[in-house]
Design a protein. Structure first.
Length: 485
Protein backbone atom coordinates (compact mmCIF):
# COMPACT_ATOMS: atom_id res chain seq x y z
CA UNK A 1 0.00 0.00 0.00
CA UNK A 2 2.89 2.31 0.73
CA UNK A 3 4.13 1.88 -2.84
CA UNK A 4 0.76 3.23 -4.02
CA UNK A 5 0.90 6.15 -1.62
CA UNK A 6 -2.18 4.86 0.23
CA UNK A 7 -2.54 4.93 4.01
CA UNK A 8 -4.83 2.41 5.76
CA UNK A 9 -6.88 4.16 8.43
CA UNK A 10 -9.42 1.49 9.44
CA UNK A 11 -9.79 -2.30 9.61
CA UNK A 12 -13.28 -3.79 9.19
CA UNK A 13 -13.18 -7.61 9.13
CA UNK A 14 -16.37 -8.86 7.38
CA UNK A 15 -18.22 -11.91 8.70
CA UNK A 16 -17.78 -14.44 5.88
CA UNK A 17 -18.33 -18.21 5.82
CA UNK A 18 -15.06 -19.62 4.44
CA UNK A 19 -16.29 -23.22 4.09
CA UNK A 20 -15.42 -24.61 0.61
CA UNK A 21 -18.32 -25.63 -1.61
CA UNK A 22 -18.67 -29.26 -2.69
CA UNK A 23 -16.26 -29.92 -5.56
CA UNK A 24 -14.94 -26.33 -5.54
CA UNK A 25 -11.46 -25.87 -7.01
CA UNK A 26 -8.84 -24.06 -4.87
CA UNK A 27 -8.41 -21.02 -7.13
CA UNK A 28 -12.17 -20.56 -7.54
CA UNK A 29 -12.58 -20.92 -3.78
CA UNK A 30 -9.98 -18.26 -3.00
CA UNK A 31 -11.52 -15.81 -5.46
CA UNK A 32 -15.05 -16.47 -4.17
CA UNK A 33 -14.11 -15.88 -0.53
CA UNK A 34 -12.28 -12.67 -1.42
CA UNK A 35 -15.30 -11.44 -3.39
CA UNK A 36 -17.59 -12.29 -0.48
CA UNK A 37 -15.40 -10.27 1.84
CA UNK A 38 -15.37 -7.18 -0.33
CA UNK A 39 -19.12 -7.47 -1.01
CA UNK A 40 -19.76 -7.53 2.74
CA UNK A 41 -18.17 -4.13 3.38
CA UNK A 42 -20.23 -0.95 3.46
CA UNK A 43 -18.26 2.10 2.36
CA UNK A 44 -18.62 5.82 2.70
CA UNK A 45 -18.68 8.08 -0.35
CA UNK A 46 -14.90 8.62 -0.49
CA UNK A 47 -13.75 5.31 0.98
CA UNK A 48 -11.83 2.54 -0.78
CA UNK A 49 -11.65 -1.03 0.58
CA UNK A 50 -8.99 -3.67 0.06
CA UNK A 51 -9.74 -7.34 0.83
CA UNK A 52 -7.74 -10.50 0.35
CA UNK A 53 -7.58 -14.20 1.02
CA UNK A 54 -4.88 -16.85 0.79
CA UNK A 55 -5.25 -20.60 0.54
CA UNK A 56 -2.92 -23.56 0.12
CA UNK A 57 -3.71 -26.19 -2.51
CA UNK A 58 -2.31 -29.69 -2.84
CA UNK A 59 -3.55 -30.74 -6.25
CA UNK A 60 -7.30 -30.16 -6.17
CA UNK A 61 -7.43 -30.34 -2.37
CA UNK A 62 -7.93 -27.12 -0.40
CA UNK A 63 -5.84 -26.91 2.78
CA UNK A 64 -7.50 -24.13 4.73
CA UNK A 65 -6.95 -22.97 8.29
CA UNK A 66 -6.66 -26.07 10.51
CA UNK A 67 -9.21 -26.47 13.28
CA UNK A 68 -6.65 -27.94 15.69
CA UNK A 69 -3.10 -29.24 15.98
CA UNK A 70 -4.05 -32.69 14.68
CA UNK A 71 -5.40 -31.25 11.45
CA UNK A 72 -2.34 -29.00 11.11
CA UNK A 73 -0.14 -32.10 11.53
CA UNK A 74 -2.10 -33.90 8.83
CA UNK A 75 -1.62 -30.94 6.45
CA UNK A 76 2.14 -30.85 7.04
CA UNK A 77 2.46 -34.60 6.57
CA UNK A 78 0.67 -34.34 3.22
CA UNK A 79 2.93 -31.50 2.01
CA UNK A 80 6.15 -33.09 3.28
CA UNK A 81 8.59 -33.57 0.40
CA UNK A 82 6.09 -32.24 -2.16
CA UNK A 83 5.27 -29.07 -4.05
CA UNK A 84 2.06 -27.19 -3.35
CA UNK A 85 0.42 -23.99 -4.54
CA UNK A 86 -0.13 -20.83 -2.50
CA UNK A 87 -3.03 -18.87 -3.99
CA UNK A 88 -3.65 -15.25 -3.02
CA UNK A 89 -6.61 -13.21 -4.25
CA UNK A 90 -7.07 -9.48 -3.67
CA UNK A 91 -10.01 -7.18 -4.42
CA UNK A 92 -10.39 -3.41 -4.35
CA UNK A 93 -13.79 -1.74 -3.99
CA UNK A 94 -14.80 1.87 -4.53
CA UNK A 95 -18.47 2.81 -4.60
CA UNK A 96 -20.11 0.09 -6.74
CA UNK A 97 -16.97 -0.83 -8.67
CA UNK A 98 -14.82 -3.85 -7.75
CA UNK A 99 -11.43 -4.85 -9.19
CA UNK A 100 -10.09 -8.34 -8.41
CA UNK A 101 -6.91 -10.27 -9.22
CA UNK A 102 -5.24 -13.47 -8.03
CA UNK A 103 -1.67 -14.75 -7.85
CA UNK A 104 -0.41 -18.35 -7.72
CA UNK A 105 3.03 -19.35 -6.37
CA UNK A 106 4.64 -22.78 -6.22
CA UNK A 107 6.31 -23.79 -2.95
CA UNK A 108 8.52 -26.85 -2.35
CA UNK A 109 8.52 -28.27 1.17
CA UNK A 110 11.36 -30.50 2.29
CA UNK A 111 10.79 -33.96 3.78
CA UNK A 112 9.67 -33.39 7.37
CA UNK A 113 10.39 -35.73 10.25
CA UNK A 114 7.81 -36.35 12.97
CA UNK A 115 10.05 -34.49 15.43
CA UNK A 116 10.22 -31.42 13.18
CA UNK A 117 6.44 -31.35 12.79
CA UNK A 118 5.88 -31.75 16.53
CA UNK A 119 8.39 -28.99 17.32
CA UNK A 120 6.71 -26.62 14.86
CA UNK A 121 3.21 -27.36 16.16
CA UNK A 122 4.38 -26.64 19.71
CA UNK A 123 5.16 -23.04 18.71
CA UNK A 124 1.49 -22.33 17.91
CA UNK A 125 2.56 -20.57 14.71
CA UNK A 126 0.20 -22.80 12.68
CA UNK A 127 -2.93 -21.24 14.16
CA UNK A 128 -4.97 -19.21 11.70
CA UNK A 129 -2.62 -20.07 8.79
CA UNK A 130 -3.80 -21.60 5.52
CA UNK A 131 -2.20 -25.02 5.16
CA UNK A 132 -1.22 -25.01 8.81
CA UNK A 133 2.01 -23.04 8.36
CA UNK A 134 3.39 -19.58 7.66
CA UNK A 135 6.60 -19.19 5.70
CA UNK A 136 7.41 -15.96 7.57
CA UNK A 137 7.83 -17.84 10.86
CA UNK A 138 9.67 -20.98 12.02
CA UNK A 139 8.24 -22.99 9.09
CA UNK A 140 10.40 -20.93 6.74
CA UNK A 141 13.12 -23.51 7.48
CA UNK A 142 10.94 -26.14 5.79
CA UNK A 143 10.92 -24.34 2.41
CA UNK A 144 14.06 -24.61 0.24
CA UNK A 145 12.46 -23.42 -2.99
CA UNK A 146 9.79 -20.97 -4.19
CA UNK A 147 8.57 -20.03 -7.66
CA UNK A 148 6.24 -17.09 -8.12
CA UNK A 149 5.49 -13.98 -6.09
CA UNK A 150 7.69 -13.73 -3.04
CA UNK A 151 5.73 -10.80 -1.63
CA UNK A 152 2.46 -12.75 -1.83
CA UNK A 153 3.67 -15.51 0.49
CA UNK A 154 6.66 -14.28 2.43
CA UNK A 155 8.08 -11.30 4.24
CA UNK A 156 10.29 -8.45 3.12
CA UNK A 157 13.53 -7.23 4.62
CA UNK A 158 14.06 -3.57 3.80
CA UNK A 159 17.46 -1.90 4.28
CA UNK A 160 17.44 1.89 4.09
CA UNK A 161 18.53 5.03 5.95
CA UNK A 162 16.60 7.45 8.15
CA UNK A 163 18.19 10.83 8.86
CA UNK A 164 21.45 9.56 7.33
CA UNK A 165 21.51 6.61 9.76
CA UNK A 166 21.13 2.94 8.92
CA UNK A 167 17.69 1.40 9.45
CA UNK A 168 16.37 -2.11 8.80
CA UNK A 169 12.74 -3.26 8.80
CA UNK A 170 11.07 -6.66 8.63
CA UNK A 171 7.56 -6.65 7.14
CA UNK A 172 5.33 -9.75 7.13
CA UNK A 173 1.73 -9.96 5.96
CA UNK A 174 1.72 -6.19 5.50
CA UNK A 175 2.69 -5.59 9.14
CA UNK A 176 5.91 -4.15 10.53
CA UNK A 177 7.32 -6.99 12.65
CA UNK A 178 10.76 -5.74 13.60
CA UNK A 179 12.86 -2.62 13.33
CA UNK A 180 16.54 -1.81 13.90
CA UNK A 181 17.67 1.82 14.07
CA UNK A 182 21.20 3.20 14.26
CA UNK A 183 22.04 5.34 17.29
CA UNK A 184 24.98 7.17 18.87
CA UNK A 185 24.43 5.27 22.14
CA UNK A 186 26.62 2.26 22.97
CA UNK A 187 24.55 -0.65 21.66
CA UNK A 188 24.22 -4.22 22.96
CA UNK A 189 27.08 -6.37 21.68
CA UNK A 190 29.74 -3.68 22.07
CA UNK A 191 32.87 -5.05 23.81
CA UNK A 192 35.17 -2.90 25.95
CA UNK A 193 38.37 -3.31 27.83
CA UNK A 194 37.30 -1.54 31.02
CA UNK A 195 38.87 -0.56 34.33
CA UNK A 196 37.14 -1.10 37.67
CA UNK A 197 36.41 2.27 39.28
CA UNK A 198 34.41 2.04 42.52
CA UNK A 199 32.11 -0.52 44.14
CA UNK A 200 28.48 0.18 45.01
CA UNK A 201 27.82 -0.92 48.56
CA UNK A 202 24.65 -2.86 49.17
CA UNK A 203 24.13 -3.66 45.47
CA UNK A 204 27.08 -5.96 44.87
CA UNK A 205 28.03 -4.02 41.75
CA UNK A 206 30.95 -1.99 40.43
CA UNK A 207 31.18 1.15 38.34
CA UNK A 208 33.69 0.83 35.49
CA UNK A 209 35.58 3.23 33.27
CA UNK A 210 35.08 2.80 29.51
CA UNK A 211 35.97 5.06 26.55
CA UNK A 212 32.23 5.85 26.22
CA UNK A 213 31.68 6.83 29.84
CA UNK A 214 30.83 5.05 33.10
CA UNK A 215 29.42 1.54 32.99
CA UNK A 216 27.84 -0.58 35.71
CA UNK A 217 28.57 -4.28 36.27
CA UNK A 218 26.30 -6.24 38.60
CA UNK A 219 27.22 -9.10 40.92
CA UNK A 220 30.98 -8.76 40.98
CA UNK A 221 33.26 -10.84 43.21
CA UNK A 222 36.97 -10.44 43.72
CA UNK A 223 37.18 -7.31 41.57
CA UNK A 224 39.19 -4.43 43.00
CA UNK A 225 39.39 -0.82 41.78
CA UNK A 226 42.09 -0.42 39.13
CA UNK A 227 41.76 -3.92 37.69
CA UNK A 228 41.15 -4.33 33.96
CA UNK A 229 38.52 -6.65 32.53
CA UNK A 230 36.55 -7.31 29.35
CA UNK A 231 32.85 -6.49 29.36
CA UNK A 232 30.01 -6.39 26.84
CA UNK A 233 27.12 -3.94 26.67
CA UNK A 234 23.94 -5.82 27.65
CA UNK A 235 21.35 -3.11 26.99
CA UNK A 236 20.79 0.56 26.23
CA UNK A 237 21.46 2.92 29.13
CA UNK A 238 18.55 4.87 30.56
CA UNK A 239 18.89 8.64 30.50
CA UNK A 240 21.38 9.79 33.13
CA UNK A 241 22.47 6.26 34.05
CA UNK A 242 25.61 4.21 33.44
CA UNK A 243 25.94 1.76 30.53
CA UNK A 244 24.75 -1.71 31.64
CA UNK A 245 27.42 -4.34 30.96
CA UNK A 246 28.13 -8.00 31.61
CA UNK A 247 31.36 -9.93 31.96
CA UNK A 248 29.83 -12.94 30.17
CA UNK A 249 30.82 -12.10 26.60
CA UNK A 250 29.14 -13.65 23.55
CA UNK A 251 30.24 -13.43 19.92
CA UNK A 252 27.02 -13.78 17.95
CA UNK A 253 26.55 -14.19 14.20
CA UNK A 254 23.94 -15.60 11.80
CA UNK A 255 24.79 -19.25 12.30
CA UNK A 256 26.90 -19.53 15.45
CA UNK A 257 27.38 -18.03 18.90
CA UNK A 258 30.82 -18.39 20.47
CA UNK A 259 30.73 -18.55 24.29
CA UNK A 260 34.22 -18.10 25.81
CA UNK A 261 32.99 -18.76 29.37
CA UNK A 262 30.91 -21.84 28.55
CA UNK A 263 32.92 -24.60 26.80
CA UNK A 264 31.21 -27.28 24.73
CA UNK A 265 29.51 -27.64 21.36
CA UNK A 266 25.72 -27.30 21.44
CA UNK A 267 22.96 -27.20 18.81
CA UNK A 268 19.73 -25.24 18.96
CA UNK A 269 16.91 -27.33 20.40
CA UNK A 270 14.64 -26.18 17.58
CA UNK A 271 16.64 -28.40 15.18
CA UNK A 272 14.94 -31.75 15.81
CA UNK A 273 16.18 -33.82 12.89
CA UNK A 274 18.81 -36.22 14.27
CA UNK A 275 20.57 -36.66 10.92
CA UNK A 276 20.95 -32.91 10.51
CA UNK A 277 22.23 -32.53 14.09
CA UNK A 278 24.85 -35.22 13.44
CA UNK A 279 25.87 -33.53 10.18
CA UNK A 280 26.29 -30.17 11.93
CA UNK A 281 28.48 -31.70 14.63
CA UNK A 282 30.59 -33.29 11.92
CA UNK A 283 31.04 -29.95 10.13
CA UNK A 284 32.51 -28.34 13.24
CA UNK A 285 34.47 -31.23 14.75
CA UNK A 286 36.10 -32.49 11.57
CA UNK A 287 36.77 -29.23 9.74
CA UNK A 288 37.83 -26.94 12.58
CA UNK A 289 40.91 -27.33 14.73
CA UNK A 290 40.17 -28.05 18.40
CA UNK A 291 39.11 -24.84 20.15
CA UNK A 292 38.92 -23.91 23.81
CA UNK A 293 35.71 -21.89 23.71
CA UNK A 294 32.11 -22.98 23.62
CA UNK A 295 29.93 -22.75 20.50
CA UNK A 296 26.18 -22.83 19.87
CA UNK A 297 24.87 -23.66 16.39
CA UNK A 298 21.76 -21.54 15.90
CA UNK A 299 18.40 -22.62 14.47
CA UNK A 300 19.33 -20.96 11.16
CA UNK A 301 21.75 -23.86 10.56
CA UNK A 302 18.83 -26.23 9.91
CA UNK A 303 18.80 -25.61 6.14
CA UNK A 304 21.87 -23.44 5.67
CA UNK A 305 24.73 -24.22 3.32
CA UNK A 306 27.46 -26.16 5.15
CA UNK A 307 30.20 -23.92 3.76
CA UNK A 308 28.42 -20.81 5.05
CA UNK A 309 28.17 -22.35 8.52
CA UNK A 310 31.82 -23.35 8.52
CA UNK A 311 32.97 -19.89 7.37
CA UNK A 312 30.83 -18.22 10.04
CA UNK A 313 32.17 -20.49 12.78
CA UNK A 314 35.76 -19.92 11.71
CA UNK A 315 35.34 -16.13 11.62
CA UNK A 316 33.65 -15.96 15.02
CA UNK A 317 36.28 -18.17 16.66
CA UNK A 318 39.01 -15.96 15.22
CA UNK A 319 37.33 -12.82 16.54
CA UNK A 320 36.78 -14.37 19.98
CA UNK A 321 40.40 -15.50 20.25
CA UNK A 322 41.74 -12.07 19.31
CA UNK A 323 39.48 -10.19 21.72
CA UNK A 324 39.85 -12.51 24.72
CA UNK A 325 43.65 -12.27 24.43
CA UNK A 326 43.55 -8.46 24.61
CA UNK A 327 42.65 -7.93 28.26
CA UNK A 328 45.52 -5.70 29.43
CA UNK A 329 45.73 -1.96 28.91
CA UNK A 330 43.75 1.25 29.23
CA UNK A 331 39.97 1.44 28.60
CA UNK A 332 39.37 0.78 24.92
CA UNK A 333 36.59 -0.11 22.47
CA UNK A 334 37.46 -3.58 21.16
CA UNK A 335 34.34 -4.63 19.20
CA UNK A 336 31.64 -2.37 17.84
CA UNK A 337 28.04 -3.56 17.93
CA UNK A 338 26.52 -4.79 14.67
CA UNK A 339 24.88 -2.12 12.53
CA UNK A 340 21.12 -2.34 11.75
CA UNK A 341 21.78 -3.81 8.30
CA UNK A 342 24.08 -6.47 9.78
CA UNK A 343 21.56 -7.19 12.52
CA UNK A 344 18.89 -7.78 9.89
CA UNK A 345 21.13 -10.34 8.17
CA UNK A 346 22.01 -11.92 11.51
CA UNK A 347 18.58 -12.20 13.09
CA UNK A 348 16.02 -12.39 10.24
CA UNK A 349 16.91 -15.75 8.77
CA UNK A 350 13.55 -16.92 7.34
CA UNK A 351 13.22 -16.71 3.54
CA UNK A 352 12.40 -13.13 2.54
CA UNK A 353 12.50 -10.67 -0.32
CA UNK A 354 15.40 -8.30 0.44
CA UNK A 355 14.97 -4.69 -0.75
CA UNK A 356 18.00 -2.39 -0.65
CA UNK A 357 17.06 0.53 -2.94
CA UNK A 358 17.49 3.98 -1.40
CA UNK A 359 14.12 5.32 -0.30
CA UNK A 360 12.51 1.87 -0.03
CA UNK A 361 11.09 2.75 3.42
CA UNK A 362 8.95 5.38 1.72
CA UNK A 363 8.00 3.43 -1.40
CA UNK A 364 7.03 0.33 0.61
CA UNK A 365 5.04 2.13 3.29
CA UNK A 366 7.49 1.53 6.15
CA UNK A 367 7.62 5.22 7.04
CA UNK A 368 3.85 5.20 7.54
CA UNK A 369 4.14 2.14 9.77
CA UNK A 370 6.87 3.85 11.80
CA UNK A 371 4.75 6.99 12.07
CA UNK A 372 2.00 4.92 13.70
CA UNK A 373 4.44 4.03 16.50
CA UNK A 374 4.40 7.65 17.66
CA UNK A 375 0.84 7.20 18.89
CA UNK A 376 -0.06 5.20 22.00
CA UNK A 377 -3.30 3.70 20.63
CA UNK A 378 -3.14 0.25 18.99
CA UNK A 379 -6.17 -1.28 17.24
CA UNK A 380 -6.96 -4.93 17.96
CA UNK A 381 -9.82 -7.30 17.27
CA UNK A 382 -12.51 -6.36 19.79
CA UNK A 383 -11.17 -2.97 20.85
CA UNK A 384 -7.86 -1.19 21.30
CA UNK A 385 -5.09 -0.72 23.83
CA UNK A 386 -2.65 2.03 24.77
CA UNK A 387 1.11 1.67 25.25
CA UNK A 388 2.56 4.62 27.18
CA UNK A 389 6.05 4.83 28.73
CA UNK A 390 6.57 6.77 31.95
CA UNK A 391 9.81 7.48 33.77
CA UNK A 392 9.28 4.54 36.15
CA UNK A 393 7.64 1.92 33.92
CA UNK A 394 5.59 1.25 30.77
CA UNK A 395 1.80 1.17 31.11
CA UNK A 396 -0.54 -0.89 28.90
CA UNK A 397 -4.29 -0.23 29.14
CA UNK A 398 -6.89 -2.37 27.32
CA UNK A 399 -10.27 -0.96 26.24
CA UNK A 400 -13.19 -2.84 24.65
CA UNK A 401 -15.10 0.29 23.63
CA UNK A 402 -18.87 0.19 23.92
CA UNK A 403 -19.08 -3.57 24.50
CA UNK A 404 -18.45 -4.09 28.22
CA UNK A 405 -19.48 -7.76 28.39
CA UNK A 406 -17.12 -10.35 29.96
CA UNK A 407 -16.80 -12.06 26.56
CA UNK A 408 -15.60 -8.79 25.00
CA UNK A 409 -13.06 -8.39 27.80
CA UNK A 410 -11.46 -11.80 27.34
CA UNK A 411 -11.44 -11.39 23.53
CA UNK A 412 -9.67 -8.02 23.71
CA UNK A 413 -7.20 -9.20 26.34
CA UNK A 414 -6.14 -12.22 24.29
CA UNK A 415 -5.77 -10.08 21.16
CA UNK A 416 -3.66 -7.62 23.15
CA UNK A 417 -1.24 -10.16 24.65
CA UNK A 418 -0.66 -11.74 21.23
CA UNK A 419 0.26 -8.37 19.71
CA UNK A 420 2.02 -6.74 22.69
CA UNK A 421 5.52 -8.26 22.21
CA UNK A 422 5.59 -6.84 18.67
CA UNK A 423 4.58 -3.37 19.85
CA UNK A 424 7.15 -3.34 22.67
CA UNK A 425 9.83 -4.57 20.25
CA UNK A 426 9.06 -1.90 17.64
CA UNK A 427 8.80 0.90 20.19
CA UNK A 428 12.06 -0.15 21.87
CA UNK A 429 10.42 -0.38 25.29
CA UNK A 430 11.82 -2.38 28.19
CA UNK A 431 12.15 -2.40 31.95
CA UNK A 432 9.04 -2.84 34.08
CA UNK A 433 5.78 -3.29 32.12
CA UNK A 434 2.41 -2.97 33.90
CA UNK A 435 -0.70 -4.19 32.05
CA UNK A 436 -4.24 -3.21 33.04
CA UNK A 437 -6.44 -5.79 31.25
CA UNK A 438 -10.03 -5.21 30.26
CA UNK A 439 -12.52 -6.41 32.93
CA UNK A 440 -13.00 -10.18 32.83
CA UNK A 441 -13.88 -13.01 35.23
CA UNK A 442 -11.02 -14.06 37.49
CA UNK A 443 -11.33 -17.62 36.19
CA UNK A 444 -10.20 -16.43 32.73
CA UNK A 445 -6.87 -15.09 33.95
CA UNK A 446 -5.12 -18.40 33.28
CA UNK A 447 -6.22 -18.30 29.64
CA UNK A 448 -4.83 -14.79 29.17
CA UNK A 449 -1.63 -15.70 31.04
CA UNK A 450 -1.05 -18.76 28.84
CA UNK A 451 -1.58 -16.73 25.66
CA UNK A 452 0.83 -14.05 26.90
CA UNK A 453 3.55 -16.54 27.82
CA UNK A 454 3.21 -18.23 24.42
CA UNK A 455 3.62 -14.86 22.67
CA UNK A 456 6.65 -13.97 24.79
CA UNK A 457 8.36 -17.29 24.01
CA UNK A 458 8.30 -16.41 20.30
CA UNK A 459 9.69 -12.91 20.91
CA UNK A 460 13.38 -12.20 20.32
CA UNK A 461 13.64 -9.94 23.39
CA UNK A 462 13.91 -11.64 26.79
CA UNK A 463 10.84 -10.87 28.91
CA UNK A 464 9.90 -12.40 32.26
CA UNK A 465 6.30 -12.83 33.39
CA UNK A 466 6.39 -11.58 37.00
CA UNK A 467 2.75 -12.28 37.86
CA UNK A 468 -0.62 -10.80 38.76
CA UNK A 469 -0.97 -8.09 41.38
CA UNK A 470 -3.71 -8.03 44.04
CA UNK A 471 -5.52 -5.44 41.89
CA UNK A 472 -5.59 -7.68 38.82
CA UNK A 473 -2.71 -6.05 36.95
CA UNK A 474 -0.02 -8.00 35.06
CA UNK A 475 3.66 -7.26 35.64
CA UNK A 476 6.46 -8.03 33.19
CA UNK A 477 10.21 -7.38 33.29
CA UNK A 478 11.75 -6.84 29.85
CA UNK A 479 15.34 -6.40 28.69
CA UNK A 480 16.29 -2.95 27.38
CA UNK A 481 17.98 -4.09 24.16
CA UNK A 482 16.26 -1.80 21.66
CA UNK A 483 16.50 1.92 20.99
CA UNK A 484 13.46 3.65 22.55
CA UNK A 485 11.43 5.05 19.68
Amino acid sequence: MGQLGVHIYDVRPPDVDETPLVGELPRNYCNRVTRSKVDGITLGADEVALCGDTTVALGRQILGKPADADEARAFLQKMSGRRHRVITSVAVKKADTIWQKDCVSIVKMKVLSAAEIDAYLSTGDWKGKAGGYGIQGPAGAFVPWISGSYSAIMGQILLDHMNDRQAAALVEDGKLQDLFLETDLPAPGTVYRAVADRPVKGQGGMFLKTPDGPAFLRQVKGLAPGQTLLVQVSGFAEAGKAIPVTSKILFKSRYVIVTPDAPGLNISRSIKDDDRRDALLQIIRERLDPFEYGMILRSSCADADDEDIWDDAQNMLGLASAVMADQDGVPELLVEADTPHTLGWREWTAPADVVTEAGCFETHGVLDMIEDLKYPAVRIDGGHYYVEPTRAFVTVDVNTGKDTSPAAGIKANIAMVRDLPRQLRLRGLGGQIVIDPAPMPKKDRKTVESALKAALRKDSVETNFVGWTSMGLIELQRARVRVPF
